[in-house]
Design a protein around this ligand. Sequence first.
Ligand code: I24
Ligand code: DGL
Length: 264
Amino acid sequence: MNRPIGVIDSGVGGLTVAKEMMRQLPKETIYYVGDTARCPYGPRLPGEVRKFTWEMTRFLERYDMKMLVIACNTATAVVLDEIKREMPIPVVGVIQPGARAAIKQTKNRHIAVLGTIGTVKSGAYEKAIKATDSSIDIYPIACPDFVPLVESGEYRSPRAKQIVSRTLEPLKKTPVDTVILGCTHYPLLEPIIADYMGADASVISSGDETARGVSAILEFNEMLSENERPEHRFFTTGSTNSFYSIASDWLGDLDLNIKKIQLA
Ligand code: I24
Ligand code: DGL
C-alpha cells in the first residue's frame, strides 16, 4: 500500500522521529507537517495544543494517508486519544511506545520521564506505564530549558552539561535505572544525559521506539509499501528556508520537497 504516512509535529523536532522511520522503513513515503510558526507547544494550554494538532491532522487528510504518527510528545499527551477515536486510520503517538520500552528495560522498577511542561502536567506517561504495571515508581521531570538549548545549537557545549545536571539533579537521590526521553528534541542531548545518569542507567528514546511500533502495525495490517523511491513531502507553517536548513542537515538530504502552508 503506497499511500503516505502522515507525521505531525509542533515544528522541526519531529524530524528525529521521521528520520528513524525513514531508516527502519525505507520504502514508506512520509508527509510531514511542522507547525514551526506556532512552536513550541510545550508551554501552551491544552486547548491550544488540541486545536493546532487537529488542524495539522485535517490538513493531511486531503492526501489520503494510510496512517498518522503524532511525533510530538506534547500533542500526543493532549489529543492522541481523541484523534484516534475520530480518525478511520491507525493513529499512533510517541508516548505508549516509549513507556512500553521502559517497562521492558527497567530492572528495579524506577523510571524517570523527561518532557516539556505540557507533557509532564498531563501525566500521560504515568498513565501509560501504570496501566501496564502499577508497581512501577515514576519520577517525572519537566525540562523547560532543554528545547531552547537544542534550538540554540549548543547541545554539546559546557552550558548544555550544566543545564542537564541542574535539571536532573533531583534524580541523584533516586534509584532510577531507566530514563525516558519524552520530547522530540531530547535525543540530541542523549550523550550528555546518558553521561550524567551513568553507565548503569538506560536511556529510552520515544521516537525510536515509535518507529518500531509503526513498523509492527504496518506489517500486522499488511499495509507496507513497496515503493523503492519514496518521495517525501514536508509542510511548514513557517519559513521554508529555515525549515530546509535544519531538515537537510538532519536528514542528510539536500533535495527536499518543502512547502509553506497556512493552518487555521
Ligand atoms: N534544532 C531545532 N530547532 C531549531 C535547531 C534549531 N536551530 C538550530 N538547531 N530551530 O530542533 C527551531 C526554530 N526554527 C525552526 C525552523 O523554522 C524556523 C524556526 C531540533 C531539531 C532536531 C532534528 C540545531 C540543529 C540543527 C540541525 C540539525 C539538528 C539540530 F541546526 F538540532
Ligand atoms: N515537539 C515537542 C515535544 O515533543 C517539543 C517542542 C515543543 O515544545 O513544541 O514535546
